[in-house]
Design a protein around this ligand. Structure first.
Ligand SMILES: CC(C)NC(=O)[C@H](Cc1c[nH]c2ccccc12)NC(=O)[C@H](CCCC/N=C(/NCCC(=O)O)S[C@H]1O[C@H](COP(=O)(O)OP(=O)(O)OC[C@H]2O[C@@H](n3cnc4c(N)ncnc43)[C@H](O)[C@@H]2O)[C@@H](O)[C@H]1O)NC(=O)OCc1ccccc1
Length: 224
């Protein structure tokens, strides 16, 4: 039984990581789309850096919750037959014990150098323009996928969706593409589709099965 699990901000909400759709967007009066775009980084890099530096620093104050741990147990049970595709840029899946994880929108604890294209694990701020550890140039940006940019590892994701027997979506509002289109893609190839979410998402009607409730309760129950 090959399973692809897609997760969104809702899987980390009970760990204390704010979601995008509560509090009318995320941050300091900025529409998320206004800080998570290459244009915003061009015109106001310090605002964008502070946005990600604060979220990166906050990672030290949160821990995985029972939903993350349950997915790690499932991986232990079925190994390569499971792939977790996350829209989240936090590292809670890995800290929960998962290893087969694709961060399609990037990672907070990684910096990407626009000069040498190198990526480096990064735990500190970027707003003070530190030099790239590889090439020494001060052209580091958050290693995240902004609106208008192509998500990471789309080939690996499409290949897994092609072969999936089950597609499960956890804690996502289904508002952002291409992730929001995965249910139709997998369902169209015969996969059984399940939504586990606090409330029905924009694409709920597209799922064969939809359960409402907190991820920390629904995911362990679904896994066991
Ligand atoms: C706004 C939207 C309409 N715009 C887009 O989708 C755009 C444009 C677009 C492309 N195709 C389209 C088609 C139609 C319309 C528009 C488009 N997409 C892009 O630009 C993408 C790039 C988008 C990525 C942007 N970066 C992010 N994040 C990283 C940065 C950062 O994090 O700062 S997106 C970011 O927002 C999204 C937020 O959504 P969720 O995670 O779902 O969070 P949200 O708060 O919305 O919802 C939380 C849910 O959880 C539930 N919940 C809450 N608590 C709990 C709980 N306790 N338990 C369970 N559930 C819970 C709630 O009920 C709710 O349903 C996530 O994807 C997240 O990663 N790039 C691209 O398309 O390139 C081309 C391409 C495509 C394919 C192949 C080749 C090329």
């Amino acid at each position: 039984m090959r399973i692809v699990v897609l997760t969104g901000a809702g899987v980390s909400a009970e760990s204390g990581v704010p979601t995008f759709r509560d509090a009318d967007g995320l941050w300091e009066g900025h529409r998320v789309e206004d800080v998570a775009t290459p244009e915003a980084f061009e015109y106001q890099p310090s605002v964008v850096h502070r946005f990600y530096d604060a979220r990166r620093a906050a990672l030290a104050t949160v821990d995985p919750n029972p939903a993350h741990h349950a997915l790690a147990r499932l991986e232990e049970a079925i190994g390569d037959d499971l792939l977790v595709v996350t829209q989240n840029i936090d590292d809670l899946h890995e800290r929960g014990g998962s290893t087969r994880v694709v961060h399609m929108h990037g990672r907070l604890r990684s910096a990407w150098c626009r000069a040498c294209d190198g990526r480096t694990d990064w735990h500190d701020d970027l707003a003070d323009h530190p030099p790239c550890p590889r090439c020494g140039v001060t052209e580091l940006r958050p290693d995240v996928v902004w609106f208008g940019e192509i998500p990471y590892e789309m080939d690996r994701i499409s290949a897994a969706l092609d072969r999936a027997d089950v597609f499960v979506s956890i804690g996502t509002s289904g508002a952002v593409y291409p992730a929001a289109g995965f249910v139709q893609y997998a369902g169209g190839r015969g996969a059984h589709t399940v939504e586990l979410n606090l409330e029905p998402s924009a694409g709920s009607a597209l799922f064969a099965e939809a359960r409402q409730g907190p991820a920390s309760v629904l995911v362990p129950r679904w896994v066991s």
